[in-house]
Design a binder for this molecule. Structure first.
Ligand code: PRX
Length: 635
């Protein structure tokens, strides 16, 4: 008997022990009892972190959409699979049943085929949070095409970089998107981006805002008319367990984003298993994750994890502040949401608003609250617990990453005792380790170090698209036989984990993972800029914001610094998107460097955070004199 649904703490500890003692048996039982396979696997796991190579359920054949849709049809065809809440509260919510989802996915899959998309082709999806977004992922999976969703807040340049990196053959987009009271010209962004892409043969356009847009003959087509003509039957492509399911880009420490590749069977098993347990999902629950499907949270916990469990998953098109700051709470009341999963940055923003926005809504349907994406501070945790959960809905602080595919460390609600700011205990199958400065694992409790994972789990990303060396370098070269997460963590006296934040050049702004390198590369394109260094500093709503130290080619005398600041942020918006704009820009005569010429970001980080008293020894710098000036002119 598998341990698919953990119901109490003793069971968790038993299951955890079993998952470490015999991981293969543990995952094999779950895979066997809770999923449908066209052919059984030959081996459960083959792995070598040195290569690195990780293969789960080798030899198995399946299609993930048969697990997420078809198998629910007989008993639950009329159950709501996706509940769509539009941006405008006056527009009716849509309930898409499993049967309707099946038909819409199959029609969409047939459209993809009719446009020449085949198994293994990459399809870029650049859509707002409308049902077609979830449906297009599933349609790709149905025919074995690899989806690459690009968050629809990224700029045309960022979109083009991602399309080119994986040679996407098609783009699926919309005429526009809504963001609160604003309409955004998505198609215009795609048109601009595609002037730099040669691989794209066709663009399918969903009608959403009715904006007047340009359609390019021979390349662009409205989706709806072709969908209407497509059959609602589409045989699922039979996939190998390790066939890629999708690529999702995440920031790294060099300019080029990393296309993390997730494969089919392991990702399915792990996202389904973690969804069931972390949210303690029961058949009549209405689960809502507020993330965008453009991020991993949306892939794993709006689409695949919930649908694999036959759940009802809510998709929200809008923003928490439109038409007012009570929108989240209104939706919880309206749809009687049972599990609510959001980001600390949203909680902090809403906690600043008048309490009436919360108190006027009946939130009594809630059973579980979740957070993800960044550390949650104690104050926000308490606000969430007291005012939203009314102290009766446990908060699951879920730690994981684009690379991990699924939740790794998290309380199980009602089972694990929670402590604010602690992600608590690893899920079954997850073996964390803390590594000290000497590169050795630190055993025991009340210790801190760099967070690594010692053993493969089914949903670990298998490679970086087109760059396996970078995958090895980034994740498997820091410590022998370990996956390195890039995060620091501590383990307290009872073995609970608390994530302390990134230990590399990634900064998390409003829950968005931003690498400093691509932002610096963008800034350095400004003709007046000689050099730049970006660091993060704390912000009470966004968690962190960006502080840029920039040296100009000329002394900068006589230049209008305000205009330059605007131009620099404009360049960042064009290259990456407005999420990466700098909050503060300080022009400096020089940047502190080591004798080998490396910019000492650590010193700049301390200055930005106003922690000047412990800058450490700066006498060994190439140019220690610039530090005083930077401190004096700190913004
Ligand atoms: O630093 C950690 C932080 O977000 C990083 C992963 O970002 P991304 O790949 O964009 O995925 C975000 C959604 C899973 C991690 O390396 N992070 C994520 N969750 C938490 C967190 N930091 C602290 N607590 C968390 N619960």
């Amino acid at each position: 008997m598998s341990n698919y649904h953990i119901k109490h703490l003793e069971e968790y500890f038993n299951v955890y022990r079993k998952s470490v003692r015999d991981p293969e048996l543990f995952w094999e039982e779950i895979a066997e009892e809770h999923f449908v396979w066209r052919k059984r696997w030959d081996t459960v796991l083959e792995w070598d972190f040195k290569k690195p190579e990780i293969k789960w359920f080798q030899g198995a054949k399946l299609n993930i959409t048969e697990n997420c849709i078809d198998r629910h049809l007989a008993a639950n065809g009329d159950k709501t699979a996706i509940l769509f809440e539009p941006n405008d509260p006056a527009e009716l919510a849509q309930q898409i049943t499993y049967k309707q989802l099946s038909e819409r996915v199959n029609q969409f899959a047939n459209v993809l085929k009719s446009k020449g998309i085949q198994k293994g082709d990459r399809v870029c999806i650049y859509l707002p949070m409308i049902p077609e977004l979830a449906i297009s992922l599933l349609a790709c999976a149905r025919i074995g095409a690899i989806h690459s969703v690009v968050f629809a807040g990224f700029s045309s340049t960022a979109l083009a970089t991602r399309i080119n990196d994986s040679d996407c053959k098609m783009v699926i987009t919309a005429d526009g998107s809504y963001r609160g009271s604003k309409a955004i010209d998505l198609k215009g962004i795609v048109d601009e981006g595609l002037t730099h892409c040669s691989s794209v043969e066709s663009v399918l356009v969903v009608k959403r805002t009715n904006a007047a847009i340009k359609m390019i003959d021979g390349r662009d087509e409205w989706l709806q008319p072709i969908l209407d003509d497509a059959s609602i039957v589409c045989e699922a492509e039979i996939m190998d367990a390790e066939d890629p399911l999708f690529i999702l880009y995440t920031s790294g420490s060099t300019g080029q984003p990393k296309g993390m590749v997730h494969t089919t069977a392991g990702y399915m098993v792990y996202t389904a298993y973690s969804f069931k347990n972390v949210f303690q999902y029961r058949p009549n629950d209405i689960y809502w994750c507020t993330a965008d499907i453009g991020w991993i949270t949306g892939h794993s916990y709006i689409v695949y994890g919930p649908l694999a469990n036959g759940a009802t998953t809510v998709m929200f098109e809008g923003v928490p502040s439109y038409p007012d700051c009570g929108r989240f709470w209104e939706i919880i009341e309206k749809h009687k949401i049972t599990q609510f999963y959001t980001a600390p940055t949203a909680i902090r923003a809403l906690a600043k608003e008048h309490m009436d926005f919360v108190t006027k809504h009946d939130l009594s349907s809630l059973k579980v609250l979740g957070t993800v994406g960044e550390p949650i501070n104690e104050e926000a945790w308490h606000w969430y617990n007291d005012n939203v959960g009314k102290k009766k809905s446990p908060i699951v602080d879920t730690w994981w990453q684009t690379e991990t595919g699924g939740i790794m460390i998290s309380p199980l609600p009602g089972i694990t005792a929670t402590i604010p700011t602690y992600a608590t205990l690893p899920l079954p199958g997850i073996q964390p380790a803390l590594i000290g400065d000497d590169g050795q694992e630190i055993k025991g409790n009340q210790v801190d170090g760099k967070l690594c994972i010692k053993f493969p789990w089914p949903s670990i990303a298998r490679t970086i698209w087109g760059n396996h060396d970078r995958y090895r370098e980034t994740y498997f070269s820091a410590y022998e036989n370990m996956y390195f997460t890039g995060d620091g963590a501590l383990r307290d006296e009872v073995g609970y984990y608390r994530i302390t934040g990134r230990v590399d050049d990634v900064i998390i702004v409003s829950g968005h993972n931003l690498g400093t390198a691509p932002i610096e590369d963008a800034i350095n394109e400004h003709p007046a800029v000689a050099e730049s260094a970006i660091v993060g500093f704390p912000h009470d709503i966004k968690g962190s914001v960006l502080y840029g130290f920039i040296t100009l080619k000329e002394t900068g005398e006589g230049r209008n610094h305000e205009n330059l600041r605007k131009e620099i942020n404009q360049i960042i918006s064009e290259h990456i998107g407005s999420i990466a704009k700098l909050d503060k820009i300080q022009f400096t005569a020089g940047l502190p460097k080591t004798r080998s010429g490396k910019i000492m970001r650590r010193i700049l980080r301390k200055i930005a955070c106003n922690e000047m008293e412990n800058l450490g020894d700066i006498s060994t710098l190439l140019n220690p004199e610039c530090v005083d000036e930077i401190i004096k002119e700190r913004l």
